[in-house]
Design a binder for this molecule. Structure first.
Ligand code: EPU
Length: 292
């Protein structure tokens, strides 16, 4: 049986995760492991399974709050270039899970392909975007998926095709431990038209969201189509602060942080918003961000 000591050359212990999250708060990972190949991912995952060590995968940290006490067990970071490659073949685009969504979008658009441009401005990696079916009012990532290569907690790899997957509002049926790769089926489009659409969406996002600040995007899901941001605003919480965390004046479903903020500040503000919205409107807000 392997042990985590076998992976010492790719492991950092008690490694702070704050710098890798967009909120820039939170504690360390007990073991931060950066595999160099898919075989190494499988070996680490298998080792965790056999030794009962919890294992999670970090994307680009744009939809994540890490608690101040940090994370027990292994955090895998697919940072090697091999996990971030994007290749185009006809109207199909294949991207590694570690590729940034923005990179995937620009490569696709540059190749004259349309379908992903509506995701412009959404942060995150391809893996993270697929798991939570990232998107907005103009579409989501799941709409273009042809197949996804995943790895189970026991290190087994397989491909799930479109008809074995379902995507809903900020939800996907992908429940395996690791997303490795995804192939998207796009359509040929006019580059200038696609760029125009992208520019329009980008301007809209910049006008309505606090994009220049440290944030994790929307904190809550929209309950039954109602805007969570407008509920938090109507509860009178725009601009509300706890420590270094503030509910954005621009969009009340965003919490922005200063360099002094702690994860506890953000959690306390989330609880305050949830409590007030429940009390005033009888609506239970569900988190969109992940909390570790
Ligand atoms: N609104 C307010 N106050 C606010 C925020 C919004 O009254 O503080 C109102 C707006 O005026 C608008 C309505 O609520 O009439 C909807 O707002 P917006 O268009 O900003 O969309 P949203 O529903 O708040 C969703 C996604 C965003 C995505 C945008 C644009 C969720 C939780 N949010 O926001 O996604 O960027 O649409 O497509 O689904 C994210 O998931 O992290 C995210 C930012």
């Amino acid at each position: 049986m392997s042990s985590l000591a076998d992976f010492s050359d790719i492991t950092q212990h008690d490694r702070s995760l704050a710098e890798w999250t967009w909120l820039k708060v939170g504690g360390p990972a007990e073991h931060l492991v950066e595999p160099r190949s898919i075989d190494e991912v499988a070996a680490v995952v298998r080792c965790c399974h056999e030794t009962g060590v919890p294992c999670r995968v970090l994307g680009s940290g744009s939809n994540l709050l890490v608690r101040d006490e940090g994370v027990q067990g292994v955090v895998l970071r697919l940072s090697e270039e091999a996990f971030g490659e994007v290749s185009v073949e006809g109207t199909s685009v294949t991207a590694g899970a570690g590729a940034l969504l923005s990179h995937l979008i620009s490569q696709s658009v540059r190749s004259g392909l349309s379908g992903l441009e509506t995701l412009v401005g959404i942060p995150g990696t391809v893996g993270g975007a697929l798991r939570g079916n990232a998107g907005g009012r103009s579409g989501d990532v799941g709409q273009s998926v042809q197949s996804v290569t995943v790895m189970t907690a026991t290190g087994d790899q397989f491909v799930r095709s479109e008809d074995e997957l379902s995507f809903g509002y900020r939800h996907s049926s992908i429940n395996e431990l690791v997303v490795l790769e995804c192939t998207f089926s796009l359509s040929e489009g006019d580059i200038d038209e696609t760029l125009k659409r992208m520019r329009k969406l980008w301007i809209m996002r910049k006008a309505t969201q606090p994009m220049a600040h440290q944030s994790a995007g929307c904190i809550f899901k929209n309950p039954r189509g109602i805007s969570a941001g407008s509920l938090v605003e109507q509860a009178g919480l725009k601009g509300e602060s706890i420590g270094g965390a503030t509910i954005s004046e621009r969009h009340a479903n965003f919490i922005i942080t200063t360099p002094e903020a702690t994860s506890s500040d953000v959690l306390a503000l989330i609880e305050q918003a949830r409590g007030q919205v429940a009390k005033q409107f009888g609506v239970d807000l569900e988190l969109e961000i992940g909390i570790w």
